[in-house]
Design a protein. Structure first.
Length: 336
């Protein structure tokens, strides 16, 4: 790979010149090629990988791309001065998700273990952005699904990760540990496989989602990513409404796209329907569920699903959770 933006055109009369079509990402100031790939990559991810600065001219990175023909065969190339590798990990993950043939251990979908709920929504498949709203039982369901995601592959003994961005400061480790006990999973092991971060402002939330989350996904390869009580931090009259709406759109749009790009399930919870920007959040979901509490039971209503007709079910949360299968996993404890 050469620095400086160059296009190598295919010449059928030259048998000694072999070139490959690639998307080339380059600095607009110095024209240095910073990365090349066989498929398109979001420019924001590349800029984050270079910490927003060009390694050759040391200027704030103004990035662009074009399709070129390059004399190298690798499907992904990164400038040697780049010290981060999460972009390459993300590329390899997306490539594996597009494979025609896959290992059975890579196939997964998620259920709750609550028969009535699973009959309502089916097993949740990767690529979907799910929104739970209506009551604090959304928190319990998201933590239960986060636990079930750790053993979502029925053909693998690997214990996967789930990621929680706790925007409402509501994540309950004791609740998740109790779910683990009910399903014959070591609570300590279950908690070790939850990656959690707590933002305290809308700007911290946006930075976590838009900048840090792609790196964390590349590092831990989760099955499920949840942002808890997404809109709570925006419930502040002192915030600028236009700027807040822009941030919500960016966060929600990112959750939709990263579910598809990374082949994972993303989820947002919203405990109160009176919070600002709820319609924006609900309209962006692939699967929308309202979860309400009443008369000793939980009522779940499927409001939107790409394939399943809307309907409702009621169930007792504490008693109807069946154990995850299989129950014969031999777990290896991680050091630390």
């Amino acid at each position: 790979m050469q620095s400086g933006l160059s296009t190598y055109e295919w010449d059928s009369s030259r048998q000694d010149l072999l070139t490959y079509p690639r998307f080339c990402y380059y600095c607009k100031d110095c024209l240095s090629i910073l990365s090349a790939s066989s498929t398109l990559i979001r420019l924001e991810l590349i800029k984050q990988n270079f910490n927003e600065k060009c390694p050759d001219c040391n200027q704030p990175l103004k990035l662009s791309f074009r399709k070129c023909h390059l004399p190298q065969a690798s499907e992904f190339w990164l400038h040697p001065k780049c010290k981060n590798n999460f972009l390459q990990l993300s590329f390899e993950r997306r490539k594996s998700n597009r494979a025609v043939f896959q290992r059975a251990s890579e196939l997964f979908n998620i259920d709750s273990g609550i028969s009535q709920f699973d009959d309502l929504v089916g097993r949740i498949e990767p690529g979907n952005f799910v929104v739970l709203h209506g009551s604090r039982y959304c928190l319990a369901l998201s933590e239960l699904l986060g636990l079930r995601a750790q053993t979502a592959s029925r053909f693998s003994q690997n214990h996967s990760y789930s990621i929680f961005i706790d925007a409402g400061n509501s994540f309950d480790p004791y609740l998740l540990a109790e779910f683990a006990k009910q399903q014959n999973i070591d609570p300590k092991l279950a908690l070790q496989h939850v990656i959690i971060s707590r933002p305290f402002t809308i700007y911290q939330l946006a930075a976590l989602v838009l900048k840090e989350l792609p790196k964390t996904i590349a590092q831990f390869n989760p099955k499920l990513v949840v942002v808890s009580d997404l809109l709570q931090l925006f419930n502040d009259p002192a915030l600028d409404a236009e700027e807040s709406q822009k941030l919500v759109k960016e966060i929600v749009g990112f959750f939709r796209s990263i579910a598809r790009d990374e082949g994972i399930i993303t989820m947002a919870t919203c405990f109160r329907d009176s919070l600002p920007f709820t319609s924006l959040l609900f309209d962006s979901s692939d699967i929308l569920l309202k979860v309400e509490e009443g008369r000793g039971k939980v009522r779940a209503t499927l409001e939107h699903h790409p394939f399943i007709q809307s309907t409702s079910v009621s169930f007792k949360f504490e008693q109807n959770i069946t154990a995850a299968k299989p129950l014969t996993y031999q777990y290896v404890m991680r050091n630390g």
